[in-house]
Design a protein around this ligand. Sequence first.
Ligand code: SAM
Length: 391
Amino acid sequence: SGVFVQGGSYGVCRRTFSPSFLEQVPFCQRRSYLYPIPAASVADDGRWEGPANCLHGFCLYSTARRDSVLVTNGENAKAVMSMLSVDQRRAHGSSNQAQEEEMFRVAEVPGKGIGLIAKRLIREGDEVMVRRPSLVVQVAAQARINLQLRDELYGRALDAVSHDTRQKLMAMVGHDLGDKIDKNCFRLRMGADEAVDSADHYLACYPDVARLNHDCRPSLVYSIENGTHTVSAVRDISVGEELSISYIRLLSPRAQRLAELRHWGFECSCAQCTMSNMQAAQSDARLRAISGLEADLDNSRQKLVMPETGHVLVDLYEQERLHVYMGRAYTKAALNYAAFGMEEEAERYAKLAAEAAKRESGSGSADFESMKSLSENPTAHWIWGYRLEEH
Ligand SMILES: C[S@@+](CC[C@H](N)C(=O)[O-])C[C@H]1O[C@@H](n2cnc3c(N)ncnc32)[C@H](O)[C@@H]1O
């Protein structure tokens, strides 16, 4: 299950797409009950209904269309349902099906199982898929109750959705629903507070998105806003090329990335992980240079930083083909030019950063807002002139 943090009232985490590693805690005696609750007691937004029933302290809610089920404790239910109800119109299950059908196909990829392959040239910035979750499960349910009780709970969750949705969920890799959730789903952090107990996080499953394989130099980036998962291209993708996202943070050296992905239960066979040792050493050296430059740029007292240091950073990200992180690179370059009082360059990089931030974190994100305002008025930003002599 992945973790992705970004701003917003229900911040969706943007860290890594890593296995949950959450220890199985024996089911405590807290609450173990099964009882029906009148339908009107929680859901008042019309879309979500329930709870259908509650089991082992968790309740089941489903959409009227039976295309999604939520497993949560009663306390959080209302907040989660109202977050999931925002902005539903953007997600299209079938309306954009024709467009998707001409964009990519599902195929067997050697050594990786199923994957998605481009059927036509996909341009940088193109939206590839927008999905609502088919299943949303509180981490506490996935990780803190014993497996037998969990199976019972998940069996009922699957009964709450349509045959079609059930089939899609069960088609995800993994030996049972719990394992499928670990291997395919994304972690949503509820609430604005970073320190919130991870048991109050949620795991959101998007079976169509789950067919995307991992690549350490992915062609796609995604953002999750109010539960809506949006995947877009970070570079042009040619016909026949595999579409990919990243499950992990990509600034670590090859050995570390491989080890992290092994915890996911697979040996990464992407081009960046299977390149020669010499090429891998060069790539690792560039990654170290990126970290070094970023630390310098973040340190206002570092005298070695020049106006063009941000540009050098952007160049390194491009050489490394880390198109998926260009938002971060452009942002640092834009801020650095602004810190040196260079209006035209600051504006140019801030525009690029805003475009990338929209794809990487969503149009409601703080990153997007901040770069948009820097591009519109660089001299009004607090960082303006910060690295000039007088400071
Ligand atoms: C989220 S699923 C992706 C779709 C999957 N290939 C399928 O058949 O449904 C993740 C699984 O795909 C496989 N996989 C994804 N990326 C891979 C990679 N870079 N190298 C090898 N296997 C990969 C692994 O088996 C992994 O557990």
